[in-house]
Design a protein around this ligand. Structure first.
Ligand SMILES: Cc1cc2nc3c(=O)[nH]c(=O)nc-3n(C[C@H](O)[C@H](O)[C@H](O)COP(=O)(O)OP(=O)(O)OC[C@H]3O[C@@H](n4cnc5c(N)ncnc54)[C@H](O)[C@@H]3O)c2cc1C
Length: 518
């Protein structure tokens, strides 16, 4: 017996995915899934228990050999746009990879998932990001020294609060990015950062004015070799141990202007989009964990002498049927959220003709200093935001965020229930499979916590689907000209711009009184 996931093609399971279709081509997706499955079977599952034990003893221990093996299967570049040399995937591709890897080992999978999370904000930076770090990541994947990324949002006194624009306004932010000539000086602490101790590049969010974090939240790209940056602690974890969670400290770390991702002050909106994109893959992580537990218990029931006769009992059959049912629903939820996001909310930006045309310009030309200056100019950053507004809407992103949150929260609960039920079934009778199930149960707990706790995610479901509220998901449409003292836009400015963007006319006057055209 096998699970339904192994028997049906992706197109059979999700008819919305079609060959050559939109931002997700199902044939490419099948190939990616096959590569992820091969990597999981050959390299991940055989090492899962050993690495869990070693990292339980020493949380800083890290297996670069596995990263190299994953790199050979393209596990570090599936999210990187094609013009930068990657596979051009989005939420759907990330989700499919995560389910496969997590059915083998969620801790090892998280190394690749946290790397993808680190890349995500750069995708919002548009073509200006292609020929910098993204191209470097692709080149490193093809070498024997692959580079990893991380994404740092959480602070010691602000976890849930920094994942929602309304809560962010009242959050106890202690980090600060201070403007200096040519860039910013970053100070403070980020906590629980997956891959934080092994990443070469880190996308991180900090306020340029900690008294008004929501209005000044800004995304930076940090070189982990920068002076003043340090890994102050690596946590002892309960589950998903193979991926280190680190505390990072910043002591006046300099980040130049060109490493501001997107526009200064757009970080809260960018965080919402990044989380909308990353929560379906977290739903997939949870689905993979549940599937891993189900497949192990099924294998044990069929093959282990200690389990002889159990498959004939009705209570065992009912338990297995309800596991398959829950896993199937969790998969449908994450796939619905991911495809919605890629087809109707964000896929439009990356598949927009102007972006595709730029993708055909050879990297050697895009890499010229004058072209790079142009691509990273304020005007180009504004154009990227304008494109975002043209190809999607507040409503579409809010709805996608709600679906993503639903997939994430339900997936996490399913992972806990299925791993728990599998452990109950094997009881004390099982040999090695019991250790694997116990590990998966520990691994599952994290899916209810990271990427926003399940409580926060259910509040997003309420806001986006029950109450039909729209939240500040998109950065303001027009450049908000700052005063000479570089006053950051206030919530009022942002709201006025969003309201203006919702009206059918394309000519607006900004809240600051200066005119602008879209
Ligand atoms: C192993 C691990 C890896 C992680 N990796 C990363 C990473 O790579 N990058 C990163 O930036 N962060 C990461 N995180 C941080 C993670 O996203 C946060 O832990 C999570 O957002 C919860 O924040 P918190 O721990 O501060 O809990 P708190 O925010 O203090 O929440 C505590 C409890 O209160 C509830 N709660 C809080 N506010 C509300 C509210 N308004 N309404 C209802 N309930 C509420 C929560 O649901 C929770 O049950 C990681 C965390 C862990 C444990």
């Amino acid at each position: 017996m096998t699970s339904i996931a192994a028997e049906r093609s992706l197109h059979e399971q999700f008819p919305r995915l079609v060959p050559g279709g939109g931002s997700v081509d199902v044939r490419e997706l099948e190939r990616l899934r096959a590569r992820a499955r091969r990597f999981a079977e050959v390299h991940v599952r055989p090492r899962a228990l050993e690495i869990d034990r070693r990292t339980g003893e020493d949380p800083s221990w890290f297996d670069w050999e596995l990263v190299r093996a994953g790199a050979e299967q393209g596990m570090l570049s599936f999210l990187i746009p094609k013009p930068a040399g990657g596979a051009g995937g989005l939420a759907t591709q990330a989700a499919v990879v995560m389910e496969e890897l997590c059915a083998a080992c969620p801790g090892i999978a998280l190394i690749f998932g946290a790397h993808a999370l680190g890349i995500s904000p750069l995708l919002l930076g548009g073509p200006s990001q292609w020929d910098g770090v993204l191209a470097e990541l692709v080149a490193s994947e093809r070498s024997d020294k692959p580079l990893l990324m991380a994404c740092a949002i959480t602070e010691p006194d602000a976890g849930t609060d920094v994942e929602d624009p309304e809560l962010l306004a009242r959050a106890r932010i202690t980090s600060h990015a201070r403007r200096v000539p040519g860039g910013f000086r970053l100070s403070g602490t980020k906590r629980f950062i997956s891959n934080g101790s092994v990443a070469r590049w880190i996308t991180l969010l900090m306020a340029t004015d900690p008294r008004r974090p929501a209005e000044t939240w800004t995304c930076f790209l940090l070189d982990a070799r920068s002076e003043g940056f340090a890994v102050s602690r690596v946590e002892h974890k309960m589950g998903q141990r193979a991926c280190p969670a680190a505390e990072l400290t910043f002591d006046e770390v300099f980040v130049p202007d060109e490493r501001v991702v997107g526009r200064e002050g757009d970080g809260a909106a960018a965080t919402m989009i990044v989380l909308a994109c990353s929560r379906p893959p977290v739903g997939a992580i949870a689905t993979g964990i549940a599937r891993g537990a189900y497949e192990r218990v099924l294998g044990w029931l069929e093959e282990d002498r200690a389990a002889r006769g159990l498959l004939g009992r009705q209570h065992v059959q009912l338990a297995l049927a309800s596991m398959e049912e829950e896993i199937h629903l969790a998969r449908q939820l994450y796939m619905d959220a991911a495809t919605e996001l890629d087809h109707t909310a964000l896929g439009g930006v990356l598949s927009h003709p102007s972006v595709r045309a730029l993708g055909h310009v050879p990297a050697s030309i895009r890499g010229r200093a004058s072209v790079r200056r142009l691509l990273s100019s304020d005007r180009a950053r504004d154009a990227t935001v304008a494109l975002l507004h043209r190809t999607t809407s507040e409503r579409a992103v809010t709805r996608s965020l709600a679906l993503s949150s639903m997939a994430k929260a339900r997936g996490g609960d399913v992972a806990m229930r299925v791993t728990g039920a599998a452990l109950e079934l094997v009881g004390l009778r099982a040999g090695p499979v019991r250790a694997e199930l116990e590990k998966l149960w520990r691994d599952a707990k994290l899916t209810q916590i990271y990427e926003g706790t399940n409580q926060l995610n259910r509040l997003e479901v309420y806001r986006g689907l029950c109450h039909r509220e729209t939240i500040g998901c998109l950065p303001p449409l027009h450049p908000i000209h700052l005063d000479t003292d570089r006053r950051a836009p206030t919530n009022g400015d942002v709201r006025a711009h969003l309201d203006a963007a919702d009206t059918p006319t394309h000519t607006h006057t900004s809240a600051n009184g200066d005119g602008g055209r879209s």
